[in-house]
Design a protein around this ligand. Structure first.
Ligand code: GLU
Length: 305
């Protein structure tokens, strides 16, 4: 496995030149576009890694999985579905159009920005700070990394340029999808997106879904089997933005990407995978990361389909 990872990272690094790092959050434009790395944790606790797997990057939308896991734990699923649906989208991750024209103003799914902001407002906590601490604490537990930190340069950069997210949140407040103070909920969202991780952290998040709830390194039940099932289904249909269908065909794994270049992918019953490659394709997914996962899936016949 280790040798396979070395050769697949080498083979796919050239793809990074065909994409671009995100610039709409100015601080992300400082990422090195050539970066490509992978970390795998299997259900028996074995670990394999190659390339730039030690590179730190901001978790961005991969935090949406953690928020969704907390919201599923804290709420009756039927209540959750009164605020957010579980339908894929053919529009971009920060699209506004569907909120007005489709689905009774409900965000289509928790993996796009509108859905993630609504998800955070459903997480248990009397104040926005409580909600942040709940999700951040959970993220530290599921990654087995108590040292996770916010990258405050990215946080400030997101906050200064996050007007599209403000528009989504104010719209949802006007239609009763969120009740909270908009600025406070957005602050939680910006902070969660700005948490710094490595491939290992997101591989650990993913392996918990592969085991239906356990983290192999401490064998602690972190999530219920039914929550894992729901999260994997939503990742499969919605996790790679409007590229989810293509990813399902070419890779065939539940996965979630972020505009920092990370991808968390789950091979049910087998392994959790974390990938970094900040050079993104037009849909906002890591271009080298997707190609690397495609090769890995083909080599080891990992597709769930
Ligand atoms: N912080 C990013 C935003 O709100 C997250 C987007 C993403 O990773 O998909 O635009």
């Amino acid at each position: 496995m280790q040798n396979l990872l070395y050769s697949l990272v080498d083979k796919n690094r050239s793809w990074t030149q065909y994409g671009n790092v995100a610039t709409y959050i100015p601080e992300l434009s400082n990422s090195n576009p050539d970066t490509l790395g992978i970390f795998i944790c299997d259900v028996d606790g074995n670990e394999y890694y190659a390339g730039d797997y030690k590179t730190k990057f901001t978790i961005q939308s991969i935090s949406k999985i953690a928020s969704f896991m907390c919201a599923l734990t804290d709420n009756n699923i039927n209540k959750l579905y009164t605020k957010i649906s579980c339908a894929p989208t053919s529009d971009g991750f920060n699209s506004i159009i569907n909120l007005e024209t489709k689905n009774s103003h409900k965000p289509l799914n928790p993996m796009i920005n509108s859905g993630a902001i609504a998800t955070i407002s459903l997480v248990y906590g009397l104040t926005a700070e409580d909600k942040f601490n709940r999700i951040f604490g959970f993220l530290k537990e599921i990654t087995n990394n108590p040292n996770l930190k916010i990258n405050y340069n990215v946080y400030e950069s997101e906050k200064n340029t996050g007007d599209r997210n403000r528009a989504l949140a104010y719209y949802m407040k006007s239609t009763g999808i969120i009740d909270d103070d908009v600025d406070e909920i957005l602050d939680v969202y910006f902070k969660l997106c700005s948490i710094e991780v490595t491939c290992k952290d997101i591989a650990y998040m993913s392996v918990v879904l592969a085991t239906d709830g356990f983290l192999p390194c401490n064998n602690k039940q972190i999530l219920s089997k039914s929550i894992c099932k729901t999260v994997k289904a939503i990742m499969t249909t919605c996790g790679m933005y409007d590229g989810s269908g293509e990813f399902a065909v070419n890779v065939g794994l539940p996965a979630k990407s972020g505009v920092g270049g990370g991808i968390a992918a789950v091979v049910p019953k087998k392994m959790g995978i974390g990938v970094i490659g900040p050079s993104l394709d037009k849909k906002g997914n890591s271009i080298g990361g997707v190609k690397l996962l495609e090769d890995l899936s083909n080599e080891l016949e990992l597709s769930i389909f």
